[in-house]
Design a protein around this ligand. Structure first.
Ligand code: GCV
Length: 836
């Protein structure tokens, strides 16, 4: 029976949800205009072995039908005369039904055939059958009861996640609490979260997980931990997910007590052969190794005068007999001298790897970050993708928002990824989209695909933020089909995560699609990179930190101009690493798109863009526009009150409010910094002028003292106040000269790690609001904390709709705690519609 797409209402909104189910909630649907569809009466799962994906598929169908439709449906292993959903591999299905008409499928692909209450889900292998099952359930959960006959095959064989989890349970660039894999140096005993994660990943087509940090600890190789990795593999196996690990290149020396780790040394080869056989004894379907070598000060083959290919092939030969693979990272670079105009970290990957093309074993895959530097808010596609036609390649994307607001800012990243995946490198003048190169199609390579750095933690939301999960969902969907539309994928995720209400879908779509452009606007524009603090937390603004160090994320900003000259004619030569047509376009400012101008060219601040604006005016305008967009997010979200369960509603609102405040911190820091550098004022007169602010240092201080901040742009007017001691509180007071009216009253303060200061705000001795500076200490915001008054700790709290009369007395009482001396930067009183 055909039902088509019905308009549905989500029921049961009142129940609090903590996010643990992600997009696999199977929330009840109540049909508003039509009766429920006719559903299969039996589930036939063609493998009863509990560790098999087909068994998991049967259970999942049962769970889904129960959750969405309150139908209890039995799972059986036998075909029946009842209407049924039958799930299995091609071989199992043909054996059970005698039907040999299943269309041909590629590895991990599936055929989904829905005719009312008769459904066939057949995978090329069991994993494919599970993927088809999740697709069927996703349709049902979104109220799509259409008949469908479709074949779906993945774009590439490698669709992995990388987790940067450390053995002590911490996670490098993880913003959602400790590891689900490790604690206290060993693999955790309870793998229930691991299994739950495997389920989520399988539902988006992920087939491999590397469970430990690329900055790897060799103690992962103890016998106890190898048994532990086995438990992790057991937990993920029912979901068709294979486990891999990151290796510490120096393990033969540091762990095996050998004299060195030279990849061509017989003892070293024997060490890795032995470790590998121990691992495969425990985990016969082990996926393979991920290796970071000669990167960020770590040893590697070059340390022993060997090539990177020698190093990669050492591991490849160890896993080859077992069918394993080696993901070898292209993130290889050294520190550089900025005073050398021609030095460029962006050059490193091609310089190191291009000469080795053809020298990697067939089971090696070179894993390449999407851009030449490091997950910045905008980068051109890495030219390495165009330079290894005889090598397997995978693209590395980052779901964890290391440089993109650390899950405390809403940034829906797929539109950024698409700028790279859809980019045409024009190798040999032929169409060469990055997505066709990494799939293996363009250069006819047997292996290739996707590695996404995720870094989930034990927080019930997995990533620390409910909305950040759209990035993980979309990552899997794009790895499966990179031609997918980010907005359509997003809307599937919204319906699955928050229900099908039209208003909910429209609002979350708007916020999410606006979010990356807004973030780029208020952080770093025109290809200058994120402009965060690269020497400290990678969270808040600190443009000066990009330069005057050896790390090579330079902007070369001085009084006269800004940008990296990466031309062949006068710069680092990086533009010349692209195939001829692309190189020629990037060589000249006139043919470089505005959004990448400063990536490729060093120009005066007054340089006119294609848009007609100067570089500096674009900076100012973009920062103001981006922060303004961020102010719309909490307001839009407020419109969904009552349409989303209270727990998730409030948790999201809290983060969006934080983001709105922090976007102003970003806006002001970057605008002031470049005003100071260039001495060119904002044509609109905004930068440095804040008529609605009361600087804390200008208020009557009692028990407070003024501090000058360094860098100066980390405080409004470069100064803030802190209590005179960390034992006693203080007050700030000012008589308000504002016209009587209703205002939003904001207080910008600093929330550092190591203290939970308390604050109260009064108007004429009447309490307007109180709060504690504990967002960081309580873990409520999971970003990398700061110990200082700076752009990372700068926070705004806003009390809406406050009635103010001219001459009212404003008072803030601050009570220090620990290292946090109740720091305040300024108070702002905003009439409706004003952003500052
Ligand atoms: C895991 C950047 C990050 C590091 C990361 C490194 C890498 O430098 O800041 O945290 O290390 O990239 O990708 O290896």
């Amino acid at each position: 029976m055909r039902h088509g797409l019905l308009v549905l209402l989500s029921a049961g909104l009142a129940a609090a949800e903590d996010g643990m189910s992600g997009w696999l909630r199977y929330a009840p649907l109540s049909c508003s205009r039509s009766s429920p569809p006719s559903l299969p009466q039996t589930i036939v799962a063609l493998n009863a072995t509990k560790s098999s994906p087909v068994y998991a598929a049967g259970r999942e169908l049962q769970k889904g039908l129960q959750g969405i439709f309150a139908r209890q449906v039995q799972v059986t292993g036998q075909t029946t005369n009842d209407s049924s959903v039958i799930v299995g591999s091609v071989a199992q299905y043909t054996r059970a039904t005698g039907d040999s008409t299943v269309p041909s499928l590629e590895e991990d692909g599936y055929w989904l055939n829905i005719k009312g209450d008769s459904v066939q889900i057949v995978g090329q292998n069991e994993r494919g059958a599970l993927y088809g099952t999740f697709e069927y359930l996703s349709m049902l959960a979104q109220g799509n009861f259409s008949d469908v006959t479709k074949v779906s095959n993945p774009s590439a064989p490698i669709r992995w996640t990388n987790e940067w989890d450390n053995m002590d349970g911490s996670i490098e660039r993880g913003f959602a609490g400790p590891s689900i894999f490790f604690a206290n140096g060993v693999v955790v005993d309870d793998t229930s979260r691991v299994a739950a994660y495997g389920r989520l990943l399988a539902s988006i087509g992920i087939n491999g997980v590397v469970i430990n940090n690329v900055n790897a600890n060799a103690t992962l190789l103890t016998a106890q931990n190898i048994r532990g990795i086995g438990r992790v593999a057991d937990a993920m196996r029912p979901y068709g997910i294979q486990i891999g690990i990151s290796l510490n290149f120096d393990s033969p020396k540091s762990f095996g007590h050998l004299a060195m780790s030279d990849p061509l040394d017989a003892g070293v080869i024997a060490f890795w052969t032995d470790i590998t056989s121990q691992i495969y004894r425990q985990i016969p379907d082990f996926a393979g190794y991920l290796v970071k070598a000669n990167s960020e000060g770590q040893p590697g083959p070059i340390t022993y005068n060997r090539t990177l290919a020698d190093g990669a092939n050492l591991f490849a030969k160890a896993v080859q007999p077992y069918g394993g693979i080696v993901m070898f990272r292209a993130f290889v670079y050294d520190q550089l001298n900025e005073s050398d105009w021609h030095a460029d970290r962006a050059d490193a990957a091609v310089n190191y790897f291009k000469p080795l093309d053809g020298e990697f074993d067939d089971n090696v895959v070179v894993q390449i970050k999407y851009g030449p530097i490091d997950f910045q808010v905008r980068e051109p596609a890495s030219p390495l993708f165009a330079n290894l036609p005889k090598t397997n390649m995978a693209i590395e994307l980052q779901i964890t928002q290391e440089y993109l607001g650390q899950q405390c800012h809403l940034v829906y990243i797929p539109p950024l990824w698409k700028t790279v995946l859809d980019f045409d490198l024009k190798v040999d003048g032929q169409p060469s989209l990055v997505r066709d190169i990494v799939s293996g199609e363009r250069f006819k390579r047997p292996l290739g695909g996707y590695a996404g750095v995720v870094n989930v933690g034990t927080n019930s939301t997995w990533l620390g933020s409910h909305l950040a999960m759209s990035n993980l969902y979309a990552y899997g969907r794009l790895a499966w089909d990179p031609t997918g539309d980010p907005q359509a994928i997003l809307q599937d995720w919204i319906r699955l995560t928050f229900g099908p209400n039209r208003n909910v879908v429209d609002i979350i779509t708007k916020m999410s699609m606006d979010s990356w452009p807004a973030y780029e606007n208020y952080t770093g524009n025109l290809g200058i990179q994120t402009l965060t603090d690269i020497l400290y937390t990678h969270f808040g603004p600190n443009p000066a930190s990009q330069d005057d160090n050896g790390w090579g994320q330079w902007t070369r900003a001085d009084r006269a101009g800004i940008g990296m000259d990466r031309t062949v004619s006068n710069g680092t030569g990086f533009a010349g690493q692209y195939p001829a047509q692309v190189a020629a376009a990037y060589e000249a400012p006139a043919t470089t798109p505005d959004e990448l101008l400063l990536w490729f060219h060093h120009v005066p601040y007054t340089y006119p863009l294609h848009s007609g604006k100067t570089v500096i005016q674009h900076f100012y305008d973009a920062h103001y526009a981006g922060a303004e967009t961020a102010q719309t997010f909490p307001a839009l979200w407020e419109g969904l009150r009552g349409k989303i369960d209270d727990q998730r509603f409030e948790e999201v609102l809290f983060r969006l409010r934080f983001q709105a405040g922090h976007s102003i911190v970003w806006r002001d820091a970057i605008s002031e910094f470049y005003l100071n550098k260039s001495s060119i004022p904002d044509q609109a007169g905004r930068v440095g002028h804040h008529p609605y602010r009361l600087e804390a240092e200008d208020m009557q201080l009692s028990g407070y003292k003024v501090v000058a901040l360094n860098p100066f742009e980390m405080a409004s007017n470069s100064k803030a106040v802190v209590t005179s001691s960390n034992a006693t509180g203080g007050t700030l007071a000012a008589r308000l000269g504002f016209e009587s009216g209703v205002y939003d009253l904001g207080v910008n303060y600093y929330d550092i790690i190591g203290g939970r200061a308390r604050y109260e705000v009064y108007l004429n001795e009447k309490l307007v609001g109180e709060w504690m500076g504990d967002n960081v200490d309580s873990g409520r915001l999971g970003h990398t904390p700061s110990m200082m008054l700076d752009g990372h700790s700068a926070t705004r709290i806003t009390f809406g709709g406050v009635e103010v009369k001219e001459g009212d007395m404003l008072k803030i009482v601050g009570t220090p705690d620990g290292a946090e001396m109740a720091p305040v930067d300024y108070v702002v009183l905003l009439p409706e519609g004003v952003v500052d």
